[in-house]
Write a protein that binds this ligand. Sequence first.
Ligand SMILES: *Cc1c(COP(=O)(O)O)cnc(C)c1O
Length: 358
Amino acid sequence: MINVTKTFLPPIEEYTVQLQRAWDNQWLTNRGELVLELEEKVRDYLSVSNIILTNNGTVPLQIALKLLGGQGEIITTPFSYVATTAAIVWENCTPVFVDINPEYLSIDETKIEAAITDKTTAILATHVFGNPCNIEAIEAIAKKHQLYVIYDAAHAFGVQYKGKSIFDYGTISTCSFHATKLYHTGEGGAMFANDSQLQAKLFYSHNFGHDGPLAFHGLGINGKMSELQAALGLTVLPYMKTILDERRKVVDFYNVNLDFSNIQALKIRENTDWNYSYYPIIFENEEQLLQTQKDLNEANIFPRRYFYPSLNTIEYVKWNAMPISESIASRVLCLPLYVGLERKDLDKISEIINNKVC
Ligand SMILES: *Cc1c(COP(=O)(O)O)cnc(C)c1O
């Protein structure tokens, strides 16, 4: 069976070497040696100034919204994983959707200003599929209207924009290290901020607000990564070059072998070193998508409809028409993309798709 992704698993012997350290330390969480080491190694790998590892990629979104959202209106994208919207609602903020750019698939920055009201506190945008939002435009709007910018950068591990880590942009950026993501710790994530006061707030927020064992800075939650997660992270990190190289080969194959006369590929923003995290294709209509999906499924190939449905249509948010997002969501399919995907399977996938749409 060929799925949209396959978790990269390093040799288990290498994982047990790391686990042994936790056993030797008899220390499984609360920012032990392994978490501290992984933080340093990921910080170096990404060339970011600051990183806080977390237990997943959703809690950092909640922490960011708790600190910056003020239970106000959050301008956000309808084309993302549901966690983006759910975190807003969960933190008692109100999502205000702005439609997406039909080529880059991230929030359409030209439509943001019209959605700003006196209740708006922040913009929460997703670098969807690791493709950067229009960062400069969003920054300018945020500055003009004194809004915070939170980037859900769950897909963007290793992406560089204009020569800097993508996580360096925005008031706060968050990432996910879920097993389905490019770099993973089973479950896990990270959050990033440039401002040192905000870093301190993020830090205590992810550890119950602790200021030492007996005092508290303020409200906090448990967002800590465990030593067991960090052990896996330390084992996977040395394979990043392999992971990126192998994924690039798959992306190159699709780019060369798919017939794009009737399907649209993701347009990567200029000045981006991309991470080959997803391979979405957009059909002309939903029928073509469903037919192709059926044919692929019959060949035991299971792409995924990332992201369907458009998040403005889920039942717990106020609906506003987002015609581009709704249309794309109904027509987008993410193709299998992972380390170890074989040439014969790639041939089959492209053959089925090309036969269907041409
Ligand atoms: C995966 C994902 C998340 C959530 O991350 P978890 O680690 O699963 O909590 C948030 N946003 C987006 C866009 C994602 O794809």
